[in-house]
Design a protein around this ligand. Structure first.
Ligand SMILES: C[S@@+](CC[C@H](N)C(=O)[O-])C[C@H]1O[C@@H](n2cnc3c(N)ncnc32)[C@H](O)[C@@H]1O
Length: 218
């Protein structure tokens, strides 16, 4: 029952996340069909320019690494950060010939400790609930961002319980292997919002159970 009771107050749990994503990696992409177009909306919100550096925070299997690489061009940089070697292996194999293009770097590390080699002009968080609940992770990432860097956060949130209870229960159960804490799921953006100049929840999708929030580093 950790997905429901315990998970509502638990801190993110790295060992549990690594074990979950080891089991999920092979079928992860197939399980994400419904959110593929939302990731592109989040990328559009970053308004990436050629030559910029973008972090794909917790890039998972690297579904959007090729799009990001194309948006920042040969003179830009995409830095995917991912702690699960099983997910990162798939990200690395996503490119033709299985070699990363020169403008893409994959850091296999927790975002709490990752030391990207270039400052970010933009940061993408797609379905990274555990990270959004970790002050250490956010502080480390934002310490590597340029002032004014754009931030787009796409993810799942819970609906008001008084009318959304059945949908919430379904979402909690459905996503139980994809996060290790359910803390903050009503307003998952709250912690990062307190660290940014202005984070606005711009849009909701899927009956309001997914959100896109966009802001800037102070
Ligand atoms: C739901 S997946 C999202 C993956 C990808 N962003 C996407 O849109 O498909 C969450 C990812 O976050 C990674 N993750 C969780 N906690 C992390 C941390 N502290 N540091 C780095 N990666 C983390 C997991 O290994 C997993 O690949």
């Amino acid at each position: 029952m950790n997905w429901w009771f315990g998970g509502l107050n638990a801190a993110p749990d790295r060992a549990a996340a690594l074990a979950s994503y080891r089991a999920l990696a092979a079928r992860y992409d197939a399980s994400c069909r419904l959110i593929e177009h939302l990731r592109l909306v989040a990328i559009d919100a970053l308004a990436l320019q050629p030559g910029e550096t973008v972090y794909d925070v917790a890039c998972g299997t690297g579904a959007v690494l090729p799009v990001l690489a194309q948006r920042v061009g040969a003179d830009g940089r995409v830095i995917g950060i991912e702690q699960s070697p099983d997910m990162a292996e798939r990200a690395a194999g996503r490119f033709a010939g299985s070699a990363l293009p020169p403008n893409v770097t994959l850091l296999i590390a927790g975002v709490e400790e990752a030391q990207p080699s270039a400052l970010a002009d933009a940061l993408l968080f797609c379905y990274t609930h555990d990270i959004l609940q970790s002050p250490r992770a956010l502080d480390n990432l934002l310490a590597h961002a340029r002032p004014g860097a754009r931030v787009a956060v796409l993810g799942l949130r819970l609906l008001p319980w008084w009318w959304g209870a059945p949908i919430n229960l379904w979402k909690l159960w459905r996503g139980r292997h994809y996060r290790t804490t359910s803390r903050g799921l009503r307003e998952p953006w709250a912690l990062i919002a307190s660290r940014l100049e202005a984070l606005q929840v711009q849009r909701f999708f899927h009956l309001g159970t997914s959100y896109l929030a966009v802001g800037r580093v102070a």
